[in-house]
Design a protein around this ligand. Structure first.
Ligand SMILES: *Cc1c(COP(=O)(O)O)cnc(C)c1O
Length: 383
């Protein structure tokens, strides 16, 4: 094929070829730790599965393809992928990061890497002008999450790419919430795109997986070195499951987004709901940026009910029947969560509330069930 493949085709064929051994259409699960060599050094490109494994290679090629990048690298989890990025840095280096951040990323930055001499500044990335004042000679990385978790703020990726032009600062984007279907940060000029493939890419709540995609050859070499040296690699079975998930990403995301739009509108019109956070509303402060850099508005949303405290939020969550109360997101089934006591419990309360993560905030990961059933479930729970 001469013309570059388009997105839906890439999810199915990108980097994928029938297996050379027997023509298996799906990459086999190469459940092996090592590979026979005909003579010392005489191998077929695979020596030891921490370094390379054919099932993982297939997933890494698929990841690179759907993110329009040159190189993919997969990790045992999303956090292991983030860990590898921060290991590019040295003590004394500084990072600017979103203040509305996935709780696990915050914990890794503040509780592990701060102690090793890397400094993190948690700032409001929705205001690039104010962030520009914080750049200094030691800044080596800007860590962007967009849309953010759980406040659904949208960060203008291109604004940061422009800001660091000519400077030795990497732009990394955690693309977990949008998924590759909605947003391709490398096309916007980012250096690194990161995924918790545990979420939309895997899509079926049955695997933990992380990924990085880059265009730069040297950056790829450094990250591949860290991947092998630190060893947080995924197994072949999990690589297989993620590959299988990616094949249906487009059809799932279409339904996810349709359902979320209906639920967002239902909640916004509900007399007991005070606020709904979803970038698809024209009133959302970064709606224009979302329209510019995303294909659709995603299926994550948060809302605050009127006069709801910790206890009442818990009661609403207990009453939900179709929405499962659980951490995580991005699977085919709808989930509801309580950020203050679940995903964001590791963030100090004062810092949490400053960002709007109040006790009454409920976050929904809208699945691909019938939206009428999901709305009926919310209706009975909100009472
Ligand atoms: C889940 C998640 C992570 C961490 O990924 P794991 O696969 O759980 O390690 C990082 N960032 C975001 C936005 C996430 O939702």
């Amino acid at each position: 094929m001469k013309k570059p493949m388009q997105f839906n085709t890439k999810t199915i064929h990108g980097g994928q070829e029938p297996d050379p051994a027997y023509g298996a259409v799906m990459p086999p699960i190469y459940q092996t730790s090592t590979y026979a060599q005909a003579e010392p050094g005489g191998h077929k490109g695979y020596e030891y599965s921490r370094t390379h494994n054919p099932t993982r290679t297939a997933l890494e090629k698929s990841m690179a393809s759907i993110e329009n990048g040159e190189y993919g690298l997969c990790f045992a989890s999303g956090l292991a992928a983030i860990d590898a990025v921060i290991k590019l840095l040295q003590p004394g280096d500084e990072v600017l990061s979103s203040n509305d951040l996935y709780g696990g990323s915050y914990r890794l930055f503040a509780k592990i890497f701060e102690g090793m001499g890397i400094r993190f500044h948690f700032v409001d990335l929705t205001d690039p002008q104010r962030v520009a004042e914080k750049l200094n000679d030691k800044t080596k990385l800007i860590w962007i999450e967009t849309p953010t978790n759980p406040m659904m703020q949208v960060v203008d990726i291109e604004a940061y790419v422009a800001m660091v032009k000519g400077k030795n600062i990497l732009i990394a984007v955690d693309n977990t919430f949008a998924s590759s279907y909605l947003q391709q940060p490398l096309d916007l000029g980012a250096d690194i795109v990161m995924h918790s493939a545990t979420k939309y890419l895997g899509g079926h709540s049955d695997v933990i997986m992380g990924a990085l995609v880059v265009n730069d050859e040297e950056l790829h070499e450094q990250l591949a070195f860290i991947q092998n040296a630190s060893g947080a690699v995924p197994g072949p079975m999990d690589s297989f499951l993620t590959l299988r998930g990616i094949k249906t990403l487009s059809v799932r995301m279409q339904r996810h987004c349709e359902n979320a739009a209906q639920i967002a509108q239902y909640l916004a019109a509900h007399p007991k709901v005070e606020r709904v956070y979803w970038p698809g509303f024209e009133s959302h402060p970064q709606h224009a940026t979302a329209k510019k850099q995303m294909r659709d508005f995603g299926a994550m949303l948060s809302f605050v009910s009127k006069d709801v405290d910790f206890e009442r939020a818990k009661e609403i969550l207990r009453k939900l029947e179709l929405f499962t109360l659980a951490e995580s997101l991005g699977g085919v089934e709808s989930l509801a969560g309580h950020p203050a006591s679940m995903t964001h419990a590791s963030i100090p309360k004062a810092m949490r509330e400053e960002q709007g993560v109040v006790d009454g905030l409920i976050r929904l990961s809208v699945g691909i069930e019938d939206s009428t059933d999901l709305i009926a479930d919310l209706e009975q729970a909100l009472g």
